[in-house]
Design a protein around this ligand. Structure first.
Ligand code: ADP
Ligand code: MG
Length: 699
């Protein structure tokens, strides 16, 4: 008994040196860790192929053959000829030459398993696995697991075959100790096999069916317990009476609402209702507002701030960059004009002279709303009564900044938080990343927004594209030309790229002919950046050449053309964000994706998808399927709250929904998990891996 918790080094075949390797490379410390380290794919070892029909195109092949001759070419190169009646083949070794020489005696028969390859017109196999026919893996079961590995593991002697042996030894010792962690009722309801059956079969499947049952069970476990822990935290938070009370809608809200030049979309109205009920609800709001670019999130933010003001509190709106903060401030001031609410802008470049009265206004409460960058949460800023913080484009804010914000709330209570993002996050990912947040979605565009026509061209069509841009400019419109950031040796080298592009554009659009071109990139000073941005935003420049610094939020309604150079270098979501910069005004708009000559098939597929849809959520789903959730833009920094071992957010969306639904049901019936039948759940949740700190108070 008690084997599960035993140090891995005491497992036969491990020892201190391999134990250190397993710990360092794979984080495996105990037998329990080991048996939860699963194969990532399986090889069918049931078939033995005659040598005559071995093809170099397959990933692996298994032959049963007799050794004909051994030839030691040099001390590090052993060549062995084998034959099986259908033909003969060379087997090659560059390592373990002495040991292999001794083992492969002429006349003896072995099972060889490895990757066939073509060498000098003949097929051979380098470093196959070698087994005597009686103890070949096919005698243990049909499917052999392949485990994730590293070079260090392999050179430390922990090959795939050794890993299989270790798993087998570990299971023999401790499989009977594995405790069921799901109540019988849940297992029956969701058709899940017992946990110990699943663990045995994920390593050594009896057959395909058993493997399917096993993986389904283990994936469900992973997703279910993750959701259960997230939902439990949310439940605890929603019960806590720590919300700054905002029971009224208030007059500023009505004043603004009644003077809007348009009516709100259904989605905007719904989201505002959700926020109103959160603010009045007695607990702290933590809401994520998702909405595609141009869906009208700013208005929702403004009305939310006005509810705070109407209840006697202050509100702040934080943007990730100075340019965006300014733009927000300009827009918001317009909306606020009829309300009498006082609003100011605070950024890194606010002068000391402007800053003093501003800080005083925040401290004595005469300033109601402040818009700015992270300067808003820096130390000298004191609020009289901060009740609501709106964070735009949340992924640019780090955890530390969130904590700083948290501490600025009124009466020692955390401010209500509204996080806005235009990065559409697929449902499955949102459930995991923000499983403990409430999510509102604006899934409807304001009327009159025109679809952006998107096309993909090669460099040979550039002259035609320039002609088209000249036509658009002649009609009074403006154009963006965006270049990717280029990283060389991990250093950002966007300059040469974008500056070359700038030269090219200057040639095609000469000053003598009346064209004005602005340029913005990451290495410019803030003043240069603002100067150029402003020239374009105010219509003085016809073309803005830039890197992706314009990606988020910048609003130039008169721009009708978005050209994206080397488009294959961008991710889908990023392309979508960029495209969202046009089509904001009354004119028909165009997005022209220019691909480089050596664009790969995958990239081409992404670009074609861009041309076929403008639905941000569909694009995000596809992006995740193509690249995996780890790479999804906007989430790299946040990462997943826990790492998933076997389930995949991209592929197991349905199972995730099922698991979440199940977890919700469990908590609805037994919110504090006191029911004895839920004891296994409580036991499982006590494990360290469910200790998800940052996400319970994301902001
Ligand atoms: P987001 O921040 O979601 O990308 P914005 O809030 O900047 O979008 O809104 C985009 C544009 O749509 C703005 O010019 C805004 O004035 C306008 N707008 C917002 N809501 C509506 C509406 N309900 N009807 C018409 N136009 C709207
Ligand atoms: Mg916006």
């Amino acid at each position: 008994m008690g084997e599960l918790k035993n140090d891995i080094q005491f497992l036969p075949g491990v020892g201190p040196r391999r134990a250190a390797l397993l710990k360092r490379e794979l984080g495996i410390n105990t037998l329990d860790d080991l048996i939860h380290f699963y194969p990532f794919r399986y090889i069918d070892r049931s078939t033995i192929v005659p040598i005559a029909s071995v093809s170099p195109d397959v990933a692996y092949v298994q032959i049963k053959a007799r050794v004909v001759s051994r030839n030691l070419i040099n001390i590090k190169h052993l060549s062995v000829m084998v034959e099986d009646g259908s033909g003969s083949m060379e087997i090659v070794f560059f390592k373990g030459v002495k040991w292999t020489w001794d083992k492969l005696e002429p006349g003896r028969e072995f099972i060889f398993f490895g990757k066939p390859q073509l060498f000098n017109g003949r097929i051979n196999i380098v470093h196959p696995e070698i087994d005597a026919p009686q103890d070949s893996p096919s005698s243990r079961g049909v499917l052999t697991g392949v485990y994730p590995s590293t070079e260090k593991l392999k050179s430390g002697g922990i090959t795939g075959k050794v890993m299989c042996k270790l798993q087998s030894a570990a299971l023999a010792l401790c499989l009977n100790e594995v405790q069921e962690n799901l109540p019988e009722k849940i297992r029956r309801m969701h058709g899940l096999c017992p946990l110990n059956y699943a663990i045995k079969n994920v390593h050594f499947p009896d057959d395909m069916k058993a493997l399917e049952l096993a993986t389904r069970r283990l994936k469900f476990d992973e997703l279910f317990f993750l959701q259960l822990s997230l939902l439990k935290q949310r439940y605890i938070r929603s019960r806590a009476e720590n919300g700054i009370p905002m029971p009224h809608v208030g007059t500023p809200f009505h004043a603004c609402y009644n003077s809007l030049p348009y009516s709100l979309t259904g989605a905007q109205q719904r989201v505002i209702k959700e926020i109103r009920s959160d603010l009045a609800g007695g607990s702290q709001m933590n809401r994520l507002l998702q909405g595609d670019v141009g869906s009208g999130k700013t208005m929702v933010a403004v009305l939310s701030c006005l509810i705070a003001v109407g209840n006697g509190y202050q509100a702040c709106i934080m943007a990730p960059t100075e340019v965006l903060a300014r733009q927000h401030f300009a827009n918001i001031s317009k909306y606020l004009a009829p309300t009498g609410v006082r609003c100011a802008l605070l950024t890194g470049s606010t002068t000391r002279k402007e800053r003093k009265p501003l800080l005083e206004g925040l401290a004595d409460g005469t300033l109601n709303i402040v818009v700015g960058t992270h300067a808003l949460i820096e130390d000298p800023v004191r609020y009289k009564a901060l009740g609501l913080a709106v964070i735009d484009e949340q992924h640019r804010f780090g955890v530390g900044q969130r904590a700083a914000l948290w501490s600025k709330g009124a009466e020692g209570m955390p401010p209500h938080i509204l996080v806005m993002t235009a990065t559409p996050i697929p449902r499955t990912l949102a459930m995991t990343l923000y499983g403990d947040l409430d999510v509102s979605v604006i899934d409807e565009m304001p009327p009159g927004r025109k679809k952006v026509q998107t096309m993909l061209i090669g460099q040979n069509r550039l002259p035609a594209m320039y002609r088209f841009m000249r036509e658009q400019i002649a009609l009074g419109r403006q154009a963006f030309v965006v270049y990717p950031m280029i990283f060389i040796n991990e250093k950002m080298e966007d300059i040469s790229n974008v500056e070359q592009g700038y030269e090219e554009i200057l040639k095609a659009f000469p000053l003598e002919e009346g064209y004005k071109v602005a340029i913005v990139h990451g290495q410019q000073s803030n003043e240069d950046k603002s100067f150029n941005m402003k020239a374009f935003a105010e219509g003085r420049a016809n073309i803005l050449v830039s890197t992706t610094v314009i990606e988020v939020g910048v609003d130039v309604p008169n721009a009708s053309v978005m050209v994206i150079r080397s488009a294959q270098r961008f991710g889908l979501s990023q392309l979508h964000q960029l495209r969202g910069r046009v089509g904001r005004g009354a004119e028909k708009s165009y997005c022209i994706l220019v691909k480089d000559p050596k664009t790969g098939a995958d990239a081409l597929q992404r670009l074609q998808l861009m041309c076929s849809t403008d639905d941000g959520f569909e694009i995000a789903e596809q992006d995740m399927k193509m690249r995996g959730p780890g790479d999804l833009e906007g989430t790299q920094q946040s990462g997943l709250p826990v790492s998933l071992n076997i389930a995949s957010l991209a592929r197991d969306g349905l199972l995730l929904e099922e698991a979440r639904h199940c977890a919700q049901g469990v908590l609805d019936d037994d919110p504090s998990l006191q029911n004895p039948e839920n004891a296994p759940l409580v036991h499982e949740l006590r494990k360290d891996k469910y200790d998800i700190k940052d996400y319970s108070n994301i902001s």
